[in-house]
Design a protein. Structure first.
Length: 272
């Protein structure tokens, strides 16, 4: 009861903040006219971006308790986890999605994704997409091994590429960058029986030349860490996500980021 009351207070204060921001946004501004037709009932899609779920302090980590609180909120409020295929079919062809869709993603493939996040996601009936640094999978104790990855795949989890070595592609010569993309994709295909269709940029670094390399390597779409929601106006090789960071008020921050993404992105008042 107390927990539910606290959540309601958080949600109320979050909505109040967003209403204030909406009002301030349109004071003294001209109406914005849409430049692209959107289908009836169209909505942008939140793509959550996690890294680590553990008790060790790290700027990219949240605790298992915090992660469960967030997943419980999504479950209790009617959200449905979707796959990247569902997202792209919706954006490209208007194929219907379940009510309140959310794409849950993790970067890197840390072991705690399996030991801590995986049981919580299963508890609430969610799946996720994990972008793997393939040279580290099975070779570094901080990361998952391929048996764990295969187990998660059998339970509906999707795996994409995060390069072979977590290389910053914008800093590499073209040939080396392409090798990172291709070798990672080939490794995942050999271990999981299917080539990954989706990619996430290490450190979020990309440019038009790197986007073209990702396309050349055979990927269908790619995700950034640029704050926002994925929509019909998004570049399929630069899809926005909502990064979830450790903070003094992680759950409140989570609510604000989840519910206020389009407005906060436009105002430019939230960091990636």
């Amino acid at each position: 009861m107390v927990r539910g009351t606290i959540r309601k207070i958080y949600l109320f204060s979050t909505v109040a903040l967003l209403l204030f921001l909406v009002a301030s946004l349109f004071v003294g501004t001209k109406p914005v006219t849409a430049t692209r037709h959107r289908p009836q009932n169209y909505t942008d899609i939140p793509v959550l971006n996690y890294h680590k779920v553990d008790t060790l302090y790290h700027s990219l980590s949240i605790s298992p308790e915090e992660f469960e609180e967030q997943m419980a909120y999504l479950h209790e409020n009617g959200y449905h986890a979707i796959t990247p295929d569902q997202l792209m079919n919706y954006l490209n062809r208007g194929k219907p999605l379940p009510d309140k869709p959310v794409l849950i993603t993790f970067d890197d493939g840390y072991l705690d994704n399996y030991t801590n996040a995986y049981p919580i996601l299963k508890k609430y009936g969610f799946t996720a997409t994990i972008f793997l640094v393939t040279d580290l999978i099975g070779n570094d104790p901080r990361f998952m091994n391929w048996d764990q990855v295969r187990e998660m795949q059998k339970n509906g989890f999707i795996f994409g590429s995060h390069t072979a070595s977590h290389a910053v592609l914008t800093k590499l010569p073209t040939e080396e960058a392409l090798k990172e993309l291709v070798s990672s994709r080939q490794k995942i295909a050999s271990e999981l029986g299917r080539a990954p269709r989706y990619f996430a940029y290490p450190t979020g670094a990309y440019n038009l030349a790197v986007e073209e390399l990702v396309r050349t390597a055979g990927y269908t779409a790619a995700f950034t860490i640029r704050y926002g929601q994925a929509g019909v106006s998004s570049d399929p090789y630069a899809l926005e996500r909502i990064p979830i960071f450790k903070s003094a008020k992680t759950f409140r921050s989570f609510l604000i980021r989840l519910n206020g993404a389009p407005l906060l992105e436009r105002l430019g008042i939230i960091r990636n």
